[in-house]
Write a protein that binds this ligand. Structure first.
Ligand SMILES: NC(=O)c1ccc[n+]([C@@H]2O[C@H](COP(=O)([O-])OP(=O)(O)OC[C@H]3O[C@@H](n4cnc5c(N)ncnc54)[C@H](O)[C@@H]3O)[C@@H](O)[C@H]2O)c1
Length: 219
């Protein structure tokens, strides 16, 4: 079995890559390094002792993405690629809709073209908006209260429409809350470019004196 991980050099993607390789599942990684770097790929190889193909491309680039499908006999795709900052999404909504929603549409169209119909999508607990009842259950009401959450909710709706139109697709949606922690080797973890948008890496950078304060991430 061969699985494409888009955004596989990122935080959750790199840990998933390790788990899949440890289970002897072949992987291919696509990432544009907009929020990661090559170090994660070296670390995945070092932890697992296994190699894999990597393409440094933006998954919105249809031609290059098609080449990945041409060169690899893929069985499934797990999508981690996307922008993930709630705050930034309110400042740059168009960038978020373009990267997150258009990117997944290009990816799904490419999968359809190459008859690869197993898809795992990284959604977010943000789709629950401000919940009326906690703890949340899976079927709780969904509502987008910021552009980032709206991109995730829109993709979930696209996936439902796609499945309704052709139920030979196998689609799984994961609504992560706040994953924290790092691989026990210490070689991979959450290592965003620039100022972190998630709480844990921000706290760690302040604690290790790599950045100074915590006020500026919340306006
Ligand atoms: N970490 C969290 O707290 C959290 C919570 C809920 C949902 N999610 C979702 O899970 C997914 C993975 O999150 P993460 O924390 O690993 O994020 P991350 O930023 O560490 O990883 C995403 C990866 O995708 C890449 N990428 C972004 N746009 C791309 C594009 N157009 N083409 C190719 N590569 C691209 C980035 O370079 C990065 O390596 C994201 O979609 C995010 O929205 C994360």
């Amino acid at each position: 079995m061969k699985v494409l991980l888009t955004g596989g050099a990122g935080y959750i993607g790199s840990h998933t890559a390790v788990e899949l390789l440890n289970k002897n599942i072949d992987i291919v990684i696509v990432d544009d390094f907009s929020n990661s770097n090559e170090k994660a790929l070296d670390a995945i190889r070092k932890i697992t002792g296994k190699d894999f193909k990597f393409y440094q491309i933006n998954y919105l680039d249809r031609e290059k993405l098609e080449k990945v499908f041409e060169e690899n006999k893929l069985d499934a795709v797990i999508n981690f690629a996307g922008f993930k900052s709630v705050r930034e999404s309110t400042e740059k909504p168009l960038d978020y809709y373009y990267n997150n929603v258009s990117g997944v549409i290009v990816l799904l169209q490419t999968m359809q073209k190459f008859n690869v119909k197993k898809f795992v999508f990284s959604s977010s607990a943000t789709v629950y908006g401000d919940p009326e009842i906690v703890p949340l259950t899976e079927d709780a009401k969904t509502e987008a209260i910021n552009p980032y959450g709206s991109t995730k909710l829109q993709i979930e709706r696209i996936l439902k429409d796609l499945y309704d139109s052709d139920n030979s697709w196998d689609i799984c949606i994961l609504r992560y809350f706040n994953p924290v922690g790092a691989h026990e080797s210490g070689l991979i973890g959450e290592e965003p470019q620039g100022i972190p948008n998630n709480l844990m890496p921000y706290i760690v950078r302040v604690a290790s004196r790599r950045i100074r304060g915590i006020i500026s991430i919340w306006k």
